[in-house]
Ligand binder design. Sequence first.
Ligand code: ATR
Length: 273
Amino acid sequence: MKKAFVIGHPIKHSRSPLIHGSWIAEHGIDGSYEAIDVAPENLPAFMERLRAGEFVGGNVTIPHKEAVFAVCDSVDPLARTIGAVNTLVRLPDGRIHGFNTDYMGFLGNLDQNAPGWDGGAAPALVLGAGGAARAILVALQSRSIPIILLNRTRATADRLASELGGDIIIGALDEVNSAAPLAELVVNTTSIGMHGTRFEDFDLDVLRPETLVTDIVYVPLVTPLLADARARGLRTVDGLGMLLHQALPGFEAWFGVRPEVTPGLRAKVEATL
Ligand code: ATR
């Protein structure tokens, strides 16, 4: 039996076992996917279990996404750029390869729910320059989409843009109303939207009518930003699809089957939010 895992600390709220468990059942795979609580000091010992062949691979979540760099035998260059590994695969010779599927999740979500979203020439407006923004910026650059990056702390956005390279226009978050009319895509990567918080000064009336608004926050599923965008008739895509789509490449690598993100799977996961 092929065994896969998600490790984190804590781990009991992870939706990954539900997602992967559904695909294992659907495809009749002789496999399992379990959530394992691994405290930071136990990470090296856990990696030895993976090397020894107990598992085919798995996902890595907080707080291990950066620490696993040191224990992987090879790391995908894009995972290095993003600064985090979220998926591990045990190669047949026992070496451990790490990669990051968050940027693929972002792209897969928009490709499925807003086909053609990347067809225009207008820039994407990315709000926030923290850890989550890195995968989004890498994703947009992989589709050659120009980027405007705004952050509360402008210096953080400056640092991130110079690290990533390419054409990224930088600004402070309080410039959002002058930058927003230029964009065809708005992406929130900040934590604004969780716990009832909202963008107080972002006037969505300045957006072009064809603008797509997306949020990587998925609790709540409809953030105030998405609700305001919908109220103005703008297209929106919520963040749950990114969670579902980022799971695909790992599953395919471990079990050799490319599953699908179906409305049924989405409904199952949505019911747990
Ligand atoms: P994550 O890894 O989830 O991206 P993070 O690295 O802490 O978390 O980044 C949080 C992002 O949300 C940052 O861009 C942060 O802006 P600062 O760099 O100025 O801290 C942004 N953020 C968090 N709370 C915010 C708020 N109340 N208003 C504006 N931006 C906020």
